[in-house]
Design a protein around this ligand. Structure first.
Ligand SMILES: NC(=O)c1ccc[n+]([C@@H]2O[C@H](COP(=O)([O-])OP(=O)(O)OC[C@H]3O[C@@H](n4cnc5c(N)ncnc54)[C@H](O)[C@@H]3O)[C@@H](O)[C@H]2O)c1
Length: 348
């Protein structure tokens, strides 16, 4: 397949690009290279003749049309987005322009192109979204594809808006689409401002490891390479117009995640004084409107498409810690970018 991927220099997009190239697909990666992008994430495929890069902002409608006309994709995987909830609270503007208007531009460019291809029913616009659109769960229950949308942060509200646009383009214009809503990812190449890499890096640097509130917020964690695998499966076998929840059935509180990471580090890189990295944990003022619990019911993707994750969260976290220990140059080069020292982790 010829796949147009947006956001392919980010965390999940780059995992998709690497896997798609490994499986023999041709990929054009459209990325504006924002603060969250790392071209090094796709270095392993950069010289592959099936990989192309377009430095394009999805807010630029004319440039998107050019890319569609020149590359002539069979399918689209739309991942480009502003993705950090804390940043959406500090400054929601970019979230509206990229996640909402950018998705509108993508849909219009795709619709024009699809119309020029006589509305081929083989074409797919795969919109990659999040479980955060469903809002917050209490102690029980799971998000299914039929759960009502109830977004609560600027990030999740913008992602929910983009999901609605994608469904509307399907219902109104007949554009062939699939949607996926995934739980929290972790793994190699994760930008240092997100919880898992932040904990590993702060621990290794001997700094305080910040946890929001009491650390009892629950997330459902999935290894990024399992997410990429699920996305390619949905792209190829998902039913037109349908959405699929993707999750690993790995609910953990934030404290449990941090303690697990500290335990792995204690084993793999013991501190010279013999103390545990967990002694660096500090509880900090909570995020405003912090959703309590997310948990995915992945029955549809498991039963209809036969997908299941390849690793447990403990195995995936061990691989992730090893990757950060082996790739210090990668994350060191990102620490000077806006955010790492100043954002999460302001002690009370
Ligand atoms: N990280 C998660 O746990 C998670 C979970 C479920 C869904 N998602 C969704 O998956 C997608 C990718 O998330 P991620 O964590 O890899 O994000 P990321 O922040 O690591 O990467 C986003 C990429 O999009 C690019 N981008 C941003 N604005 C752009 C614009 N205007 N034009 C073109 N490119 C632009 C950035 O340069 C970057 O390369 C997002 O749509 C996100 O909502 C993420």
């Amino acid at each position: 397949m010829k796949i147009l991927v947006t956001g392919g220099c980010g965390f999940i997009g780059s995992a998709v690009v690497r896997l798609a190239i490994e499986r023999g697909h041709e990929v054009t990666n459209v990325d504006a290279l924002t603060y969250a992008a790392c071209p090094a994430n796709v270095e392993s495929v950069a010289d592959n003749s099936k990989y192309h890069f377009e430095h394009v902002d999805i807010r630029d409608a004319a440039e998107l049309r050019r890319v569609f006309t020149e590359f002539r994709p069979d399918t689209v995987m739309h991942l480009a987005a502003e993705s950090h909830v804390d940043r959406s609270i500090d400054g929601p503007g970019d979230f509206v322009t990229t996640n909402v208007l950018g998705t509108f531009n993508m849909l219009e460019a795709a619709r024009d192109y699809w119309t020029s291809r006589e509305k081929s029913q083989d074409f797919r616009f795969h919109h990659i979204s999040t479980d955060e659109v469903y809002g917050s769960l209490g102690v029980e229950g799971l998000f299914t594809e039929d759960t009502c949308y109830d977004p609560r942060s600027p990030y999740s509200a913008c992602k929910a808006s983009s999901d609605h646009l994608v469904r509307a383009w399907h219902e109104t214009y007949g554009l062939p689409v699939v949607l996926t809503n995934c739980s929290n990812n972790y793994g190699p190449y994760h930008f240092p401002e997100k919880l898992v890499p932040l904990v590993i890096i702060k621990a290794l640097r001997g700094q305080q490891i910040p946890i929001y509130g009491k650390g009892d917020n629950v997330r459902d964690w999935l290894f990024v390479e399992d997410h990429a695998d699920a996305l390619l499966l949905v792209l190829q076998h998902g039913m037109n117009g349908r959405s699929y929840n993707i999750g690993g059935e790995n609910e953990r509180t934030n404290v449990q995640m941090v303690q697990t990471l500290c335990g792995i580090l204690d084993r793999l890189r013991p501190k010279p004084d013999g103390s545990s990295y967990s002694s660096q944990i500090t509880f900090v003022a909570d995020r405003p409107g912090h959703d309590k619990r997310y948990a995915i019911d992945p029955t549809r993707i498991r039963h209809e498409l036969g997908w299941s994750p390849s690793v447990t969260v403990e195995e995936g976290l061990e691989q992730t810690v090893l990757w950060y220990l082996d790739n210090e140059e990668w994350w060191q080069s990102l620490l000077s970018r806006d955010g790492f020292e100043t954002r999460l982790g302001k002690a009370k």
